[in-house]
Design a protein around this ligand. Sequence first.
Ligand SMILES: Cc1cc(=S)c(O)co1
Ligand SMILES: [Zn+2]
Length: 261
Amino acid sequence: ATCTPKNRNDALHPLWQSPLTIPGGTRQSPINIQWRDSVYDPVLKPLKISYDPATCLHIWNNGYSFLVEFDDSADRSIIVGGPLENQYRLKQFHFHWGAINEWGSEHTVDSKFYPAELHLVHWNAVVYPTFEEAVMEGDGLAVIGVFLKLGAHHEGLQTLVDALPAIKHKDTVIEFDVFDPSCLLPPCPDYWTYAGSLTTPPLTESVTWIIKKQPIEVDENQLEAFRMLLFTSDGEEEKRMVDNFRPLQPLMNRTVRSSFQ
Ligand SMILES: Cc1cc(=S)c(O)co1
Ligand SMILES: [Zn+2]
């Protein structure tokens, strides 16, 4: 289905107390990727990913999504190449998903939603001293987006799924000391790339998006495990953590490039 959920009044959506749009925003995310309008760029390099599983720190429920955070005090887990001029350090990864399998991803491909989308967030530590400063700069962040589709059980994801009951409520955290996020990447190297923004406040226009063409497969039980998390803290009236994705934003004067023909 290409319909977006009718029951969400974006202005009142629990996720965004602040204004939903950046006034004067010209490069907001997410967007629909119209495959036939994307432009093959032969200059784009292959994306080089090297993550050190020992840099994994903890997994926590921040009230928007669940995040796995990494030690980014040195260049131990980095990406380089692709559309990037510098190398970028992995800081965290998280997901966005829907209440049902018909929607949940932030980006769409030819107006098709996937049930969920993984975001691996990296920052330009070559140019900027801190992540917080990089968040405010046009070349500050690089986020790899991976679509999740309903299919076979995903072994690597199961390690995360097994930890979710322990972080059911907002602001709960557990230690997570070895995890290699490479296991969540599809084998196909093809990607689209475009200049965009964070999809949660502060919505800053600081992200070079790298969206993998090939989705990874996860099974129904694994998606359901995401949906049993809560937006709410322990003791509050329970609100299931679902539909934590931002509405599509206008492409405006942007071209989506592809690394493949
Ligand atoms: C830093 C950051 C990036 C994304 S994409 C998100 O959803 C939240 O925070
Ligand atoms: Zn995200």
